[in-house]
Write a protein that binds this ligand. Structure first.
Ligand SMILES: Cc1cc2nc3c(=O)[nH]c(=O)nc-3n(C[C@H](O)[C@H](O)[C@H](O)COP(=O)(O)O)c2cc1C
Ligand code: SF4
Ligand code: SF4
Length: 282
């Protein structure tokens, strides 16, 4: 399993997936693409790729990793698991670039599933919603993996605008490099714990003369700002979209009203209805 996770939402999906496969007797190797060396996937029967959708696309570290994979000569079943803050159809084309690179390596995408996780950017969901989203994944994922292992393909529906949107928004990768240099730290709040510096997946933060300097390799993953214990990092031009602190995902049973943009309401309704049907085998 190869994965990228910014604020660790996708890492939760990856850990759940590992447990499901382990319980079925599979030996799983999970590789964080920002840390692990490039594997020879010919050694494996199944390739799972997990990523959060960034600007209607797969994040660049996943693309870069897959580009560096060897061409394979055996049949490998590939499963894509992606999560995002929004169940918009415009997100459906996010794996196109990835699938086309995989094709060149002789790896065909067998199935793809999309799950809702709370936004790591743009606006903050309530902890109630985060818990609800995770609860749904816990019920859906085992069913989806069973379907995959039983040989049932699952593709996401295609729409007229998803492909051009996905293509145009690849510009986010460049935007990250420009915006990343404008991240700033409020030294009245910062406790110099180095958490941001030590955990940046792009090694983009340096400590120079007792000041944290952000370079031009930023992925906009928000790991530094969301997980800063003092909420001391402002994220450049997009500072109004910062969402910290991180979600707890622990049980919240009392309803909390969401302050979310109107465009979300319809797609969330659709996701929750679809999930309910799936879980109840309707
Ligand atoms: C730079 C960036 C761009 C994003 N773009 C999208 C998007 O296009 N569509 C969407 O539904 N969610 C988008 N999101 C939300 C994430 O996909 C979502 O919160 C995901 O669960 C984050 O996972 P992670 O914690 O593993 O990084 C974006 C988040 C970031 C940081
Ligand atoms: S994580 Fe926050 S408190 Fe810790 S060094 Fe970075 S900015 Fe300062
Ligand atoms: S600087 Fe922050 S947002 Fe940019 S890549 Fe590093 S952790 Fe992610």
């Amino acid at each position: 399993m190869i994965y990228f996770s910014g604020t660790y939402n996708t890492k939760i999906l990856v850990d759940l997936t590992s447990t499901i496969f382990n319980n079925k007797g599979y030996v799983v190797k999970a590789v964080d693409v920002t840390k692990g060396k490039v594997e020879d996937v010919s050694d494996f029967d199944i390739l799972v790729i997990a990523y959060p959708i960034y600007a209607f696309n797969a994040p660049y570290p996943i693309i870069d990793y897959v580009k560096r994979l060897n061409k394979v000569s055996k049949d490998i079943k590939c499963l894509i698991l992606k999560d995002s803050g929004e169940y918009l159809s415009l997100n459906n084309a996010s794996s196109l670039q990835l699938a086309s690179i995989l094709n060149k390596k002789n790896i065909k995408v067998f199935s793809e599933y999309h799950y809702l996780m709370p936004y790591s950017f743009v606006f903050r969901h309530t902890d109630y919603m985060a818990y609800k989203m995770l609860s749904i994944i816990k019920e859906r994922l085992p069913l989806d993996i069973d379907d995959f292992l039983n040989g049932n393909h699952h593709y996401l529906k295609r729409f007229i605008f998803d492909r051009p949107f996905s293509f145009i928004f690849r510009v986010q990768r460049l935007g990250g490099k420009i915006n990343g240099k404008h991240y700033r730290i409020d030294y009245n709040k910062c406790i110099k714990c180095n958490k941001c510096l030590n955990n940046c997946p792009a090694n983009n933060i340096k400590l120079i003369d007792d000041k944290y300097i952000f370079g031009n390799k930023c992925l906009m993953c928000q790991r530094c700002s969301v997980n800063c214990p003092k909420q001391a990092i402002s994220v450049g031009f997009f500072k109004k979209w910062a969402i910290g602190p991180s979600y707890s995902f622990s049980e919240v049973t009392t309803y909390q009203k969401e302050v979310k943009p109107k465009y979300c309401a319809r797609s969330y309704k659709r996701y929750f209805e679809e999930s309910e049907k799936r879980i109840n085998h309707e």
